[in-house]
Design a protein around this ligand. Structure first.
Ligand code: NAD
Length: 433
């Protein structure tokens, strides 16, 4: 199959590289010419484990190419995937569709022969209809069908998620398009096909419903963690106790500083906007969004309390800036709100992250960046673990105690046993324990 990926970010690049690995002929398009030039030189603009090797193999095989020339790429393609960003629109939280619409117009002018237009971006219900309408306006003779194929990969485990998905959702109304999509994903099937076919609107909503449900699960255990602190229970015991129930499941039951990242915050807001537009309130999701927003700053107060109630003139060291381990993505990372709260309270921030410091520099001003966890914590009045990178899981705790001016550890990811930390001479604060 001849596939075009429009947008070569986290989703487009991973999907393109995986499709090429399956044997398809893939062209990744991006309007960012610097990104395309880097990719042509074998430089991967994002950090995603294994992606460098997969892209190198795809490029070497000749099945994966990069260009900014949309028209040349789209000509003769079997399927054109739209994988551009859909960030929150400033002001109302609706998904900003400018990139999807601009990409659609460009694609429309270049269509030749029957082409499936695949919405892989996370887009509000009805976007498939809009894309269809736009293409007809721009190129009334085009022979095409629009399907929705939302992406469920997780950054940090994106390649494995893409190659071994729990399911692949395809929404559409055109049998020719379904046939193309089945062929594209056929290499995944190996016995049991993970494809679920449904209506286009159903597929569009499935993506938002999935993310909203996961955000709810996280927020539920986070509030339970607060209650655990009040009643003297341990949220990790409670999470294990409920998670072993198959109806509940143990994933997404790790209490922490609140969800962040490139998807949950914007997708929950966009879903609420859709609910409002259709006068069908989603009160549970409304509560999740507001509880989670308040939680991130509350984590700042938690650190201040652990540091003795006042951080004015003190130094706080933060380990982990990315919204989760194994990615350099800083979009809506909880560390941003926590750092802001600590700065507002007068603290100086020393920070370290294994991969995201370059991205962080454009978001986090007035913090001091260090190139190792120990350098960041030297002389600090409190140490905060904000992201559970592997390299923070086995810190030399006696060395941590010796380096800190005040031996305080705030573990917002619950990665240490209390007895171990306290035995090393540190005052320990965790979440819900
Ligand atoms: P991204 O910002 O990393 O990448 C988007 C890319 O699209 C950028 O490189 C940008 O330059 C390019 N682009 C924008 N307009 C273009 C145009 N007209 N022509 C060519 N290129 C264009 O975004 P992302 O994280 O990959 O997310 C893409 C979509 O996938 C979003 O809707 C997101 O919600 C969804 N999604 C993301 C994830 C994730 O983990 N990041 C997971 C599932 C779904």
């Amino acid at each position: 199959m001849k596939i075009v990926m429009v947008g070569s970010g986290y989703v487009g690049l991973v999907s393109g590289a995986c499709f090429a690995d399956f044997g398809h002929q893939v062209t990744c398009v991006d309007k960012d010419e610097t990104k395309i030039a880097a990719l042509k030189d074998g430089v991967i603009p994002i950090y995603e484990p294994g992606l460098d090797k997969l892209v190198a193999a795809g490029s070497a095989s000749g099945r994966l190419t990069f260009t900014s020339d949309m028209a040349a790429a789209v000509r003769g393609a079997d399927a054109v995937f739209i994988a551009v960003g859909t960030p929150s629109r400033r002001g109302d939280g609706h998904a900003d569709m400018v990139y999807v619409h601009a990409a659609t117009r460009e694609i429309a002018t270049a269509l030749t022969g029957f082409t499936v237009i695949v919405n892989k971006s996370t887009v509000p219900v009805g976007t498939g209809d809009d894309v269809e309408r736009l293409i007809c306006e721009v190129n009334p003779d085009a022979d095409f069908a629009v399907v929705s194929n939302p992406e469920f990969l997780r950054e940090g485990a994106a390649i494995d998620d893409f190659k071994r998905p729990d399911r692949v959702v395809i929404g559409g109304h055109d049998e020719r398009a379904f046939a193309v999509m089945r062929e594209i994903y056929r290499p995944l099937a190996l016995g049991r096909s993970p494809l679920i076919e449904m209506s286009r609107r159903g597929a569009e909503l499935t993506k938002y419903a999935g993310n909203a449900f996961l955000a709810t699960k996280i927020t539920f255990i986070n509030e339970m963690a607060d209650l655990c602190e009040k009643v003297g229970a341990d949220v990790q015991e409670v999470a294990r106790g409920i998670g072993l129930d198959n109806r509940i499941g143990s994933k997404f039951l790790h209490a922490g500083p609140g969800y962040g990242g490139s998807c949950f915050p914007k997708d929950t807001l966009a879903l609420l906007k859709t609910a409002e537009d259709f006068a069908s309130p989603l009160r549970i999701v409304e509560a999740v969004v507001s509880v989670n927003d308040r939680r991130k700053r509350a984590m700042g107060r938690k650190v201040i309390e652990a540091a003795g109630g006042d951080v004015r003139g003190k130094t706080v060291a933060i380990l982990g800036l990315a919204f989760k381990p194994n990615t350099d993505d800083m979009r809506d990372a909880p560390s941003i709100a926590i750092i802001q709260a600590l700065q507002d309270a007068g603290a100086t921030l020393h920070v370290y992250d294994p991969k995201s410091m370059e991205q962080a520099r454009s978001v986090l001003k007035d913090v001091v960046y260090f190139d190792s966890p120990y350098a960041a914590m030297a002389g600090a009045d409190a140490l905060v673990i904000a992201t559970e990178w592997d390299e923070f899981r086995a810190l030399d705790l006696p060395r941590v105690t010796a380096l800190l001016r005040t031996p305080v550890l705030v573990d917002l990811r619950n990665i240490y046993p209390r007895v171990m930390v306290e035995a090393a001479g540190l005052a320990y604060t965790a979440v819900g324990r």
